[in-house]
Design a protein around this ligand. Structure first.
Ligand code: MLT
Length: 303
């Protein structure tokens, strides 16, 4: 039998590629369009993806028909770009790397918090335009302010701890309710979090229906700031734009979008939105930890 073949369709950490190659795997880093991916998977034993590749039913059907693909690994936390149950029903294992990027995402959120509070994003832009608008940029301190965390899993908790260390009060909401590991932070309903937070950060999984729609934007404390480094589907982008226009929201930081790459011009040109292109997990450290986990998962699967 030839070597085991791994397709890394959204790229893979170099060290992980080297490790797997040393162990005799044939690793191919190549992105295929959805129409082509299923066909290509006839020739691979493992598929590694980040967020760009979507593994939906037709792709799974083609791979399952050929019977070679044994495992799909999401190099990251969110597994919403894979039809997990369907893949499993066809005998394909689905795994992710849930811990590796926690700190990196949390640090991006804290960076966004400071940037919003002190207009760093806007001041940078106007200085690049040759302006000196010192008077325009009177910010606020984050110490003493309330941070509302919606979704208190690993990343939400990591953000909460960092924010508390910076002197913020932290309140949170979560579908599982209050858990002892979320002490000393105060559990509330989503409505209460929205109404009482100066800064709101989302850390839920992807949703079929936006959590922040027009109705919920109206519940936010007037002049609050919003950060989303979780999933674009959590926010109704039209309602977000309306909330920014009306002053209900002071500004927002978005790392994730309803559609990626973001094609909503009103979003990517808006002066009150700090934009990053889904880089929460894009650090040397997170990618190296993810790479280590990938090697473990793949070698474990084919041991
Ligand atoms: C994740 O779910 O881990 C993130 O969205 C990171 C990514 O895919 O870049």
């Amino acid at each position: 039998m030839g070597s085991l073949r791994v397709l890394a369709s959204d790229g893979m950490n170099k060290t992980a590629v080297q490790e797997l190659t040393k162990k005799g795997y044939d690793v191919v880093e190549q992105f295929y369009a959805p129409e082509e991916l299923g066909e290509q998977l006839r020739n691979f034993d493992a598929l590694v993806i980040r967020s760009a590749t979507k593994v939906r039913k037709p792709i799974i059907d083609k791979a399952a028909e050929a019977g070679r693909l044994k495992i799909v690994i999401r190099a990251g936390v969110g597994i919403d770009n894979v039809d997990v149950e369907y893949a499993q029903s066809k005998g394909i294992i689905v795994k992710n790397t849930p811990n590796a990027s926690t700190n990196s995402v949390a640090e991006l959120v804290i960076g966004s918090l400071f940037s919003l509070a002190r207009f760093v994003y806007d001041a940078n832009q106007t200085m690049h335009e040759g302006k000196w608008e010192k008077k325009r940029y009177e910010g606020i301190e984050i110490a003493g302010k309330t941070l509302g965390v919606a979704g208190m899993g690993r990343i939400g908790r990591s953000v909460a701890k960092k924010a508390a260390a910076l002197g913020m009060s932290v309140v949170y909401t979560d579908i599982v309710g209050h858990l002892p590991e979320n002490e000393p932070f105060k559990f509330m309903s989503l409505d209460e979090v929205l109404a009482s937070s100066d800064f709101i950060t989302l850390h839920m999984g992807g949703a079929d229906k936006p959590v922040l729609d027009a109705e919920n934007f109206a519940k936010i404390k007037r002049g609050a700031f919003l950060i989303n480094a979780a999933r674009g589907s959590l926010i109704d982008e039209a309602a977000l734009l309306a909330a920014l226009e009306s002053g209900q929201l002071a500004a927002a930081a978005l790392d994730v979008f309803a559609e990626e790459p973001c094609k909503n011009e009103k979003i990517y040109t808006h002066p009150k939105i700090l934009l990053t292109p889904h880089i929460g997990a894009s650090t040397v450290e997170a990618q190296s930890r993810i790479g280590d986990e990938l090697v473990q998962i793949i070698t474990g699967c084919f041991a």
